[in-house]
Design a protein around this ligand. Structure first.
Ligand code: ZN
Length: 239
């Protein structure tokens, strides 16, 4: 297929394609970087670990407070019983024996609460250590994230500049392309799976499909004629 156009050449189409390919690549990278900037899974993970450790610590603290209250009320009962015992108010041997038994039982209960309190305090110490470790891990994750995101933001800026430059090149070259050439280019670009509408001629062959067009076609491709590859249909550009 040979299309004739006064002043039309494949070169601006080739330059348009360079800008379009660059725009596609840069836009894809930019989307990836923006997605990476939006998610910080390591920080989120460290935050949830810290939250869980703080919950454990709060539960143990609450348990300690209730044991302390229990211990206080037990002490008060014991004091009361001992006061009664030594007050001389209780005289009956049976009542005295009952009171002594009560006191023994209250002492055993007090010791049992004290043991539980000690064990729970050790648990609290462990929980405090876990919270401290989780805090350190979170601080580390945040620091790493800040480093990473600084690098990502730098890449984001560079890509935005690249996209602006490619868009400007694209607009400038579009201005010198005949509408029919542009239409052909767009049709080919959407039809070809790799988005390549223009093929460079390398070693007298189409660089996209390997077909070697006739020397007459190659000659025309160098001039003002738009020539397409007889095999893949792409616009041939001789460079
Ligand atoms: Zn071809």
């Amino acid at each position: 297929m040979v299309i004739l156009f006064a002043m039309s050449r494949a070169e601006p189409l080739y330059r348009l394609q360079l800008a379009d390919v660059d725009l596609d690549q840069a836009s894809k990278l930019l989307r990836e970087i923006e997605a990476a900037l939006a998610g910080n899974s390591a920080v989120q993970h460290a935050q949830s670990e810290l939250g869980a450790a703080e919950k454990v610590r709060a539960a143990i603290s609450a348990h300690i407070r209730s044991l302390e209250l229990e211990s206080q009320s037990q002490d008060a009962k014991l004091r009361e019983a001992e006061e009664r015992l030594y007050s001389g108010a209780v005289r009956s041997p049976k009542e005295l024996l009952d009171l002594q038994r009560d006191i023994e039982m209250l002492k055993r209960q007090r010791d049992h609460i004290a043991e539980k309190l000690l064990a729970t305090m050790l648990e609290l110490e462990e929980a405090e250590q876990t919270v401290a470790q989780c805090r350190a891990a979170l601080a580390q994750a945040v620091a790493r994230w800040q480093e990473d995101s600084a690098a990502l933001r730098e890449q984001q800026r560079a890509l935005q500049e690249r996209i602006t430059a490619a868009s400007e090149q694209r607009n400038a070259v579009m201005a010198v392309i005949a509408p029919a050439d542009l239409a052909l280019y767009k049709t080919l670009r959407s039809k070809k799976s790799n988005g390549m509408a223009v093929a460079i001629v390398k070693g007298k062959a189409c660089s996209q499909c390997g077909e070697a067009p006739s020397s007459m076609l190659l000659q025309q491709a160098r001039g003002d004629t738009l020539v397409t590859c007889p095999n893949c249909g792409r616009i041939l550009y001789s460079g």
